[in-house]
Ligand binder design. Sequence first.
Ligand code: TRH
Length: 390
Amino acid sequence: MRWDIFCRIIDNYGDIGVCWRLSQQLAAEHGMAVRLWVDDVASLQRMCPDADASREVQNCRGVEVWRWIEPFPYVMPADVVIEAFGCELPESYVAAMTLPSPQPLDQVGDRRALPEGAKRIWINLEYLSAERWVEGCHGMASPHPRLPLTKYFFFPGFTAATGGLLRENGLLAQRDALQHNPAQWWYQLGLPCPISTEATVSLFCYDSAPVSKLLDAWAASTMPVRCLLPEGKTVAQVASWAGQPGLTPGDSVQRGSLTLHVIPFMPQEDYDRLLWACDCNFVRGEDSFVRAQWAARPLVWQIYPQQDNVHQVKLEAFLDRYCQGLAEDAAAALRAFHQSWNSGGRLDWDDFWRHRAVLQDHTTAWAGQLAQAADLASNLVRFCKNQRYP
Ligand code: TRH
């Protein structure tokens, strides 16, 4: 099947992060012909240096990457059309989705028709949420108000009744191999291999996070903390906390128990390795949050802030699921730390981290439990195959 995946970058990296992983997986593991339409190729290039931001169209790792421009060219719509995160497809493209096939040659020289009796599938890929209502809405059909088209809502999620989570074949085996022998990875990063008496943490968060409070807590910690901070807006906050004019990748800060290294923003697969190699990961949004769960290391999540504190409900929904089976005192510390990290309260790192062994066992079990379910790309392929012939 041919797939068109549309991604409009609102802000940050999550939208393209998810779309890029999905595109690669559909091509590499399911043999699909994927066109990824993205309005900002430069953001893709940051996480995949093989992509060239100056090009309108390119083949990158088996995926045709197209710059999404307006006016949108006339192209033959694919068999499966993914509208990621409600990004609104170009009107002309939606109109073309209703035309009978075969159609005349399109502007990019494509004339392939849908197979006899097959239906074109239109999917709205939604944001991830642990809330219960997601199960009821996953897979729901929404007829177009004017055109003879139906859009299906596809919700990622944490249970078998949802679309699942992105997880590539072999991901967990690669993780295990690195966790078994991380020295080479630290060497490549240009840093010494951590010692067991220090906590190695990665930090990826929004501007709104109480970063200075966290740095204060780490500096005052009873245990040494080594923080790896990928380049981004947080670096300026750290520089101001440390009283330095600026920090760039390669720079370090040392205060009390804290040693902080600024590292470059990494290609997506290297960022995965960073998560696997650290003892604890501070992550945000959607994609790094999911990857931290596959890392099977304790995590602290900063949820994408929404109006009217809607995100607090989503955060609670996740913590409710994640804390099931976790010892009461460790769960209380984890919840308290998440609340403070997301709302700016007092951050008691030592109280949180004294539960590290329990949290580590728990997060290993959690990742194992999630891995029992089918992954999002496989679920999507199955869903589309089922809908294809009405
Ligand atoms: O960048 P984000 O804040 O993205 C957010 C969320 O997706 C949110 O739900 C959405 O509404 C908003 O965007 C518009 O966080 P997220 O989802 O973790 O995406 C970050 C991506 O960046 C992820 O794919 C991992 C990648 N990354 C790298 O490739 N290298 C790096 O060094 C780092 C730090 C991240």
